[in-house]
Every structure is written in C-alpha cells, then in structure tokens.
Design a binder for this molecule. Structure first.
Ligand code: NAD
Length: 489
C-alpha cells in the first residue's frame, strides 16, 4: 500500500468516527490553525523569502492576513452557516418542515500552487474544516521551502489523521489522485486542471478548479490615467507578476499609449526605486524554468520600460512592452511574471471583441469614469469576476465568490462560499403521518387513480403567494360589496 493510499485511508477512517460533526470540534481546529499562523509567522515568512524572495511584510500582507481574516469569519459565522436553511413552502408543504441541511462531504483533497503557497493551500482548508470534512493537503513542490515547513509544523497544531500534509512532486500528486475523495480542490494551471478533473471523474468526485489565464485590463481614454496606472502597476508587479489575477495585458487606444507608459514608468520608480533588483519588496521569479519561459515570451516585442534581468538571481525587472498584437508570442499564454504588454485598439468595441475572441478570463479590469461603459463591459463579456477602477482587491471581499468560468476554472470559494462549496446542501422534507384524507380526494376520472387533489396541486406548482393574493383580493371585494350595499340602504 502506498503512503498516499495509507494517508487517505486514515483520514477516511477518522472522518467516519463522526469526530468532525460537532461545530465545537471544527472551531477548535480553526483556532489551532489560527494559533499556527500567529506562532509560526517567522517560519512562514522565512520559507516564502526562500521560495519567492518576498519580504516578511509582503508575506503578512498577501498570505497570512487574509487567511486569519477567513478563519475568524468562519468561526464567527459557523453556527449560522451550518444551521438548517428553510426554503419557500408550497400549498402542499405548508404544514411541513422544508429546509436545506448543510452536511460534510467527507475527505477533500486540496492541491495548492506555488505563487502564494500559504494562501492558496490553507484558504480552502479553512472551508474544509468549517464544513466538517477531513482534508488531505498537498502543497506545491515548486515552493519547496513552504511545503517543508507546512509538512513539519502543521501537524503539531491540527489533528494529524484528519488533516495530513503530503509533500512530493507530480508522481505523488498522481498517486493521490488515484485515491477516492469526496471532493478535489485544485489550484494551478488549466493544463493540469484537465488532468485533475479526468482523474476525479473516475470516482465521480466533484472538483473545484481554481485556474488562471490572461486577465485583460481596458483603460478608457476618458479616465484618470495617472490613478489607473498607479493601481495597475501595483496589481501587476506585486509578487513579480506571479499572481493569478494580475492584469495580464493592457488594452487602450493608441492616442494614450505613451501616456500610459510614462505613468507606469513613474509608478515603478516610486514603488520599487530606480533599482528594483535591490529593493526588498520586489521578489524573484520562482525558478530558472519560469525565468527562461518569461524571457522567451518577450521575443518579438518592443521593450518600453525595464527589460533587464539576471538569470543567476531569477530576477526580471518590471517590464512594459509596447505595440504588441494579438499574434505576439507574449499573447500566446498566461504571462504569470513581470511583463506587461500594451495592445492598442480603436476603442471599447474592439476591446470587447478582442476579449470575447479568447478564453473566458479569471477577471476583467476596466478603468473608466463612465458607468455606462463599465455596465456595458459587464453585459457584453464573461469572466470569473469584473473589477472596475482597481486591481486585485475583489479577492479580499469574502462576500464575493472567488473563482473562474470556462477555461479559468469552475466552482468558487471565500467566506461562506468555501463552506457551501465543500458541503452537501441536503434537501430535507419532513411530513406528518396525518391528513391522509387529502390524498384520497380524487381529481376528475381521467387522471390517474391515486392522484389526489393535493398531488394535483403539487404537480401544477400552485403558487402559494398568488393564492394568498387572490384570497386577499376576494376578501377586499367582499368587503367593498358589503360597504356599497350598506351605503345604498
Ligand atoms: P504548480 O506547478 O505548483 O502546480 C499546481 C499543483 O499541481 C502542484 O501541487 C503540483 O504538484 C500539481 N501538479 C503539477 N503537475 C501535475 C500533473 N501532471 N499531474 C498531477 N498534478 C500535478 O503550479 P502551476 O500550475 O505552475 O500554477 C500556476 C497557475 O496557477 C497559473 O495558471 C495561475 O494563474 C494559477 N493559479 C490560480 C489561482 C486561483 O486562485 N485561481 C491561484 C494561484 C495560481
């Protein structure tokens, strides 16, 4: 029996004891997870520094702060989320209990990615614990230092059988995927997402796929270009552009291209100094393979800002590419690095056409003062999310489901959406063994023998509200007739 098989078997056995059912147990584990983050902040920051060259402040801001917020929210709201959810009643269920009961799915497999190794791996875990599941955690082998710290330290805080960490590379992930899970939550590329879904399909296991893609950013010529460029520069170059929701490319009219370049250039200098290579908040490309991939993507495009690099350090400066076309190399795949191409279009019509001619992105950004144009972009395109006049921040709004559509993924999470995603919302209808007489009332002879009046109503989907309205109208009409009669006497 493989290590992976054993781990899953142990998690399932432990789940089957019913240990995770009481909410107190889940809250206890969530508290431990919170304690892990606060007590091991230093270990987490060191690991991320070694993986991605990120500063401790950057790790706090982009990895642990959001996680802590999600854990606190889950603890605060758990009783509400886990409670039965009454649904609308019909005439036939008027005296019954009709509700949805969230219940745990079972054993969840969480496969994380390397770019925010803690946030994208532990955030789904928060939902899994809150929803009462067991979870096998597979951090990305690419962010190896974070994976090692997670493997060594997390079991000191969480139940080892219910929430085991399995490290390893592709073969270990594939071995895990051969096992039967009740849900697979995957974060990573669309290519591997297809393999994950294929493996899950063998067990009819549902999947959440948090994927990536090319997220466009349209700048309307009538917006405040200086502010737009500040926000875009921040959203693009944070974590060296290795952010799934980073604006992948800019679409704007040719008349504003040079202004956009100048403003972004100023912002790069302001945010990362004249020499980003020595600035502590500007990280590194994760490894040489991605470094080479990114350098190759620049081929055939004109560098307008940056462009310098150091292979030994996996450093690529914040770079803007101009006069790029849809056919350029850099437009053939998700960039996932600090390269920002600008493609000129004749206006919003062409920008919308350009977006719609490609895969549905994880997010579309639009910068404009014109609310009508923003609404038009929402109406005429499709993407996981749309954010107007800012970058990345929709990720922090727990009330908004975070996820893709089409090639950018399926399913969603954050806040209650994580809880619901990893729960089964079970339909419950509790009737009484009374009023059998209602079932014996017959509808006209041509209908099935045992079809009572009540069932006829059910099949006809009688609208209780409408019936109530009709009854109210009838009463009012009766009262009016009575009043008129009295008046005439
Ligand atoms: P990665 O290489 O770390 O792979 C992700 C996971 O897939 C790892 O745990 C790895 O072990 C596993 N894996 C890799 N190859 C596999 C295979 N052949 N079979 C089975 N498992 C395999 O990460 P990546 O794919 O380079 O991640 C980058 C992508 O992730 C980008 O496209 C990015 O946009 C996306 N991403 C999306 C989100 C989101 O929330 N939507 C967040 C972060 C990253």
């Amino acid at each position: 029996m493989s290590r992976e098989q054993l781990v899953v078997q142990r998690a399932r056995k432990s789940f089957q004891t019913g240990k995770t059912k009481p909410l107190e147990y889940r809250i206890h584990q969530l508290k431990n997870l919170l304690r892990f983050i606060s007590e091991r902040r230093g270990d987490i920051a060191d690991a991320v520094k070694r993986d991605l060259g990120k500063s401790a402040r950057g790790t706090e801001l982009f990895e642990t702060l959001g996680l802590e917020g999600e854990i606190n929210l889950s603890m605060e709201k758990l009783a509400e989320w886990a409670a039965p959810r009454p649904v609308e009643k019909s005439l036939l269920t008027i005296s019954d209990e009709v509700y949805l009961q969230p219940e745990p799915l079972g054993v969840v497999l969480i496969i994380g990615a390397w770019n925010y190794p803690w946030a994208v791996t532990l955030q789904p875990l928060v939902g899994a614990i809150a929803a009462g599941n067991a979870a096998v955690i597979k951090p990305s082998e690419v962010s190896s230092h974070s994976a090692k710290v997670m493997e060594e330290l997390l079991p000191q805080y969480l139940d080892k059988d219910l929430y085991p960490v399995v490290t390893g590379g592709v073969s270990e992930t594939q071995e895990l995927l051969k096992q039967r899970f009740d849900h697979v939550f995957y974060t990573g590329s669309s290519t591997v997402g297809k393999l994950v879904m294929e493996a899950a399909a063998r067990h009819l296991t549902p999947v959440t796929l948090e994927l990536g893609g090319k997220s466009p950013c349209y700048i309307d010529k009538d917006c405040d270009i200086r502010i737009a460029c500040r926000r875009i520069t921040w959203g693009k170059f944070v974590n060296c552009g290795q952010t799934c929701i980073a604006p992948d490319f800019i679409l704007c009219e040719a008349s504003i291209q040079s202004q956009v370049i100048e403003e972004i250039k100023k912002c790069i200098k302001e945010f990362y100094t004249d020499n980003p290579e020595t600035f502590e908040d500007y990280g590194r490309i994760i490894n040489q393979r991605h470094f080479k991939r990114l350098m190759a993507l620049m081929e055939g495009s004109t560098v307008a800002v940056g462009g310098n690099c150091d292979e030994s350090q996996c450093y690529i400066a914040p770079t803007v590419l101009k006069d790029v076309t849809g056919e350029s190399k850099v437009m053939k795949e998700e960039i996932f690095g600090p390269l920002l191409p600008i493609i000129t279009v004749s206006g919003a019509d062409e920008a919308i056409q350009f977006i719609n001619a490609r895969e549905k992105p994880l997010v579309i950004y639009i910068f404009s003062h014109d609310n009508k144009l923003i609404k038009r972009m929402i109406a005429e395109t499709s993407s996981g999310a749309l954010l107007a006049n800012d970058c990345l921040v929709h990720f922090t709004v727990s009330a908004l489901p975070f996820g893709g559509v089409g090639n950018s993924g399926m399913g969603c999470y954050h806040g209650q959406h994580s809880f619901d995603q990893l729960s089964h919302l079970r339909s419950c209808l509790i009737k009484q063994l009374k009023m059998e007489g209602v079932n014996s009332m017959r509808y006209p002879p041509h209908t099935a023998k045992k079809l009572g009046w009540a069932r006829f109503f059910l099949l006809k989907r009688v609208n209780v509200c409408r019936l109530r309205r009709m009854a109210l109208l009838a009463t009012l009409a009766g009262l009016a007739a009575f009043a008129v009669q009295r008046f005439l006497q």
